[in-house]
Design a protein around this ligand. Structure first.
Ligand code: G16
Length: 531
């Protein structure tokens, strides 16, 4: 390691004194102007991680759903999954080391993690469409090259596309071709095969309006359009030509405000969906004939997918175990429906797809979705092998079901939640089952709920336990929540510090909106902080 060169280059990406950041729910996120040193250092760290795992590592420059002025970075581990927790700690230490200490901290990490510094390193880099992203990804490249790592810059890609590339490169192409065309070809082939023989091919089933949050999703969906046009026609809104990224649009806005995005032309009963800023989340929605807005969030997406998979498993006659993973934000109605009607086991983890992904790996088929629309489905190696074998060797209906499952496996991005891939899975299921968006929505009725952001002086004073459903500190806060919650039926509420924004998130649901004391249905939760 050439410490002199590292010190010299690092000075060009100097850390502002005293700035402390944490590798949070999805990497580092803050105002873009505070991130130059973090990017350079994550370039260095990616090289160490690549040497240690003898694999390609990904670095994605994005702040996903955050405002345009923010930016962020996250590292992608060898199978396309999120960075291992012990390396998140290394990332935090390295990002926070004061300028003069940084080379020593870097050395300490390489010793602690037993990195063979002679090993070659390869890093792939991607970025979203934020104005700050290009320069920040150059800082990542500076970090990679000063440690003599090799790199490939994919430029503008969605976050899940970068996860896919990393997975392809580390599995000798078995997962797919590590190119954008390879991604489009793999997904579109599976999608068209799934929809090809569907009995329902009326126009209603084939067109979809997509709000792209003025982000990268628009560019990538445009590129992909002609690959899927035989099965689906998409009409793009908020494509970044006029509006600001994530501003009054996108999956996060639609989910948290429970209303349509601006800039979308919606007619009654039309199926619409929204991506978030880096196209790793998706939510669906429609307006009914009375103009009421209906949101179909990650919970209902998980339900649709699980019921389709269960039907196929029944047809192939295999007892592969299937589990659904949610977070505390999952609507109580969805959990009840999955457990009591569908008889599927449901598990709850902390917020952050890294936690859900990990839990989902315990099943033959692990379906994980956050209510905000972030999720995917994982198939174990054993399940995949069994399904492939049945698709080859069985006959008639069983063969057809196994082939369908084979395509479903290919259509999901198993490296990460992916709005484009999820959208195609959902469209294929709706087409195959001949379901309208209203019929899908009618599976169960969500409990009325609200999610709010609260700005506090220091969000870190709040700590939680029990998959973030109970507050530990400050003392007295949980009792205050309990006192409020017990006065309403089917009610639940929790508070947790965000790991991506400098705010505290508050969630509440109950059987009725009216009893929360406001004709506009706004939830009034007042807790007094003691201690
Ligand atoms: C990220 C994570 C999600 C998480 C969301 C909000 O989403 O990947 O798993 O639900 O942040 O996290 P928090 O409540 O801690 O702010 P994205 O789409 O912004 O990458």
């Amino acid at each position: 390691m050439d410490l002199d060169a590292i010190t010299e280059y690092s000075a060009l990406h100097a850390k502002p004194n005293g700035l402390v950041l944490q590798y949070g729910t999805a990497g580092f996120r803050t105002k873009a102007e505070h991130l130059d040193h973090v990017m350079f250092r994550m370039g260095l760290l990616a090289v160490l991680r690549s040497k240690q795992t003898k694999s390609t590592i990904g670095v994605m420059v994005t702040a996903s759903h955050n405002p345009e002025e923010d930016n962020g970075v996250k590292l992608v581990d060898p199978l396309g999954e999120m960075l291992a927790p012990s390396w998140e700690e290394h990332a935090t230490c390295l990002a926070n080391a004061e300028e003069q200490d940084m080379p020593r901290v870097l050395m300490d990490i390489s010793v602690k993690a037993a990195v063979n510094l002679q090993q070659d390193a390869f890093v792939v880099i991607g970025r979203d469409t934020r104005p700050s992203s290009e320069k920040l990804s150059q800082s990542v490249i500076d970090g990679v090259t000063v440690l003599e790592g090799q790199f490939h810059d994919y430029g503008l890609v969605t976050t899940p596309q970068l996860h896919y590339m990393v997975c392809c490169r580390n599995t000798s192409g078995r997962y797919g071709k590590a190119t954008i065309e390879g991604y489009y070809e793999k997904l579109s082939r599976a999608f068209l095969e799934l929809t090809n023989q569907a009995f329902c091919s009326g126009d209603d089933y084939r067109s979809l309006k997509v709000d792209c949050a003025n982000g990268i999703g628009a560019l990538k969906l445009r590129e992909m359009e002609h690959y899927i046009s035989q099965g689906l026609s998409v009409q793009l809104f908020n494509d970044g030509t006029k509006g600001k990224l994530n501003h009054l649009c996108g999956a996060d806005f639609v989910k948290s405000h429970q209303k349509p995005p601006e800039g979308m032309e919606m007619k009654a009963n039309e199926r619409c969906c929204s991506f978030d800023g880096d196209a790793d989340r998706i939510v669906y929605y429609y307006l009914d004939v009375d103009g009421h807005f209906h949101l179909i969030d990650g919970d209902k997406i998980a339900t649709l997918i699980s019921s389709f998979l269960k039907e196929l498993l029944l047809e192939i006659g295999e007892s592969l175990n299937i589990g659904v993973v949610q977070t505390a934000y999952a609507n109580g109605s969805s959990t009840r429906y999955l457990e009591e009607v569908m008889k599927v086991p449901v598990y709850c983890t902390k917020t952050g797809v890294k936690h859900l992904h990990h839990k989902a790996q315990e099943f033959d088929i692990g379906v994980y979705f956050e209510a905000n629309g972030h999720g995917t489905v994982l198939f174990s190696k054993a399940a995949e092998t069994k399904i492939k074998q049945l698709a080859k060797e069985s006959e008639d209906k069983k063969k057809e079901a196994a082939k369908m499952l084979e395509n479903v496996i290919d259509l999901f991005n198993q490296a990460a939640g992916d709005a484009i891939s999820d959208m195609l899975v959902i469209e294929a299921i709706l087409t195959r089952k001949g379901l309208t968006v209203q019929q899908w929505d009618a599976l169960y009725t969500d409990l009325p709920n609200r999610q709010l952001k609260v700005k506090v002086a220091d969000r870190q004073v709040i700590s939680t336990t029990d998959a973030e459903r109970q507050v530990v500190t400050p003392l007295g806060l949980q009792e205050a929540i309990n006192d409020l919650v017990k006065t309403y039926k089917l009610s639940r509420a929790f508070v947790r510090p965000s790991g991506t924004e400098d705010i505290v998130r508050v969630y509440a649901e109950a059987d009725s909106q009216v009893s929360w004391g406001s004709s506009t249905g706004k939830c009034k939760v007042r807790v007094q902080l003691r201690g």
